[in-house]
Design a protein around this ligand. Structure first.
Ligand code: C2E
Ligand code: MG
Ligand code: MG
Length: 404
């Protein structure tokens, strides 16, 4: 457990929302955000024994971060502190030294724009095992297990339906990796992908999955030839110039066309804004694939990235979507993402729709497509086939209960 109670101080509400979503996704029980350093100090004074971690911006209008650190030291706060800032890194270093001089328990510093992995680095010191514990009780993947899992067909894609928000039509699905290891259980997809990325095996895993996705898609298209199937691509893959041709030739070999496939690229700090990546993503678009920026809001994805990369679709991260009706920062982030996407003529997908209230909210925002447990979890091949047959005249939200 990272911490029980976290306080975020930043004058930029979007940053507060991003950090709030990050800590909630890490299962922190109490996350409080404020844009005002004086309010924060009063709050800390009243709750100093309960707060374990303070994450503070360095530049705030009415009290700068350095002054804040000084006040904090006089409050005898004993928890951890991390500083986050858009200032040049040498100033960040000086501030870090200052915090140490004040005898504050400074655990790290992160430059803006924050990314999930730069936050993970500070809060977990690069140890990702916390992600595995949840579902797999401390299961650690090794190279042999991974090879055997593919050889024995233990790893397979499952399909989570995407729904047209206005009409209820099932427009296709996102393929999500599932590895149920005998005698262990479900290995968290994030842990699996992380392992593959860090051990030079992501390409192998992606093509292994893509071959299965192609076979399934051929059958799904016999039921509805207009559906589109999304495959997740690690940013590492986007550095392989041959990738677009490799994908298209496999699709053509199966007698299918690019228009039935799309790709989702997760933004994190391994996605470099370099010429190679730009060429790969642009060629995918030229081949008429849709290319989505995934988990928008959590990574380094920002206005700049949207401007510089040829995305056709924006997927708002589920941490914002699922909190949009209860948390004003999340709601603002969703609205901001929609207007950004509109300016760039991108389609917008909201993931993590779990109840009718959230569905009504995203419908009112004019969001194009939705994905979430309200419609369905990711389904095995046969179950997805049954699902699209059952809902061939559109999915009707009203008929389901919120707990679907
Ligand atoms: P993602 O691409 O953003 O996928 C959406 C995640 O949200 C999936 O988690 C899905 O099961 C979950 N989800 C969907 N609707 C809901 C909902 O209503 N409520 C909640 N609580 N969760 C919902 P999953 O399958 O655990 O995958 C996690 C991440 O792992 C994916 O996030 C993606 O980044 C990565 N991933 C999964 N499969 C692949 C893959 O084949 N290749 C690569 N490179 N990454 C993958
Ligand atoms: Mg995705
Ligand atoms: Mg996502």
């Amino acid at each position: 457990m990272l911490a029980n109670s976290v306080l975020i101080i930043d004058d930029d509400p979007t940053q507060v929302a991003i950090l709030d979503a990050y800590f909630k996704s890490q299962k922190v029980k109490n996350v409080k955000g404020t844009s005002n350093a004086s309010d924060a100090l009063a709050y800390i004074n009243s709750k100093k024994n309960e707060i374990n971690l303070i994450v503070s911006d360095l530049q705030m209008p009415e009290m700068d971060g350095l002054e804040f650190l000084r006040h904090l030291s006089s409050l005898d706060y004993e928890g951890k502190i991390a500083i986050i800032s858009g200032v040049k890194s040498d100033l960040l270093d000086h501030s870090a030294r200052l915090a140490k001089m004040h005898h504050l328990n400074l655990i790290g510093q992160v430059s803006k724009p924050v990314t999930k992995s730069s936050l993970d680095k500070v809060f977990y010191k690069g140890d990702y095992s916390h992600l595995a514990v949840e579902q797999t009780e401390k299961y650690f993947i090794n190279q042999n297990d991974f090879s055997n899992a593919m050889k024995n067909d233990e790893i397979e894609p499952c399909y989570q339906p995407k729904v047209d928000v206005q009409t209820g039509r099932i427009i296709g699905a996102e393929a999500l990796v599932r590895w149920v290891k005998p005698n262990v259980g479900l290995i968290s997809p994030e842990v699996l992908i992380n392992f593959a990325e860090n051990n030079g095996r992501i390409e192998e895993l992606t093509f292994y999955l893509f071959n299965k996705i192609l076979k399934s898609t051929a059958e799904f298209l016999t039921v509805d030839p207009l559906q589109v199937f999304a495959t997740n691509l690690s940013p590492i893959m986007a550095r392989n110039l041959a990738l677009p041709d490799q994908l298209l030739s496999r699709i053509n070999k199966h007698g299918m066309k690019a228009e039935n496939f799309s790709f989702e690229v997760t933004e994190n700090n391994i996605l470099h804004l370099d010429a190679t990546t730009l060429e790969v993503l642009s060629r995918l678009r030229i081949f008429e694939f849709d290319v989505a920026i995934d988990d928008f809001g959590t990574g380094s994805s920002n206005i700049q990235t949207l401007r510089d990369f040829p995305y056709s679709e924006l997927k708002i991260d589920r941490s914002f979507v699922s909190n949009a009706t209860s948390n004003v920062f999340s709601e603002e982030t969703v609205r901001a993402a929609v207007s950004l996407a509109r300016e760039r003529n991108m389609k917008v997908v909201a993931e993590g729709i779990e109840n009718i209230e959230t569905f009504d909210f995203i419908k009112a925002q004019g969001i194009d497509y939705a994905q979430g447990y309200l419609f369905s979890k990711a389904l095995k091949h046969e179950d997805y086939l049954a699902f699209i047959k059952q809902n061939s005249d559109g999915f009707r939200v009203e008929k389901t209960s919120s707990a679907a």
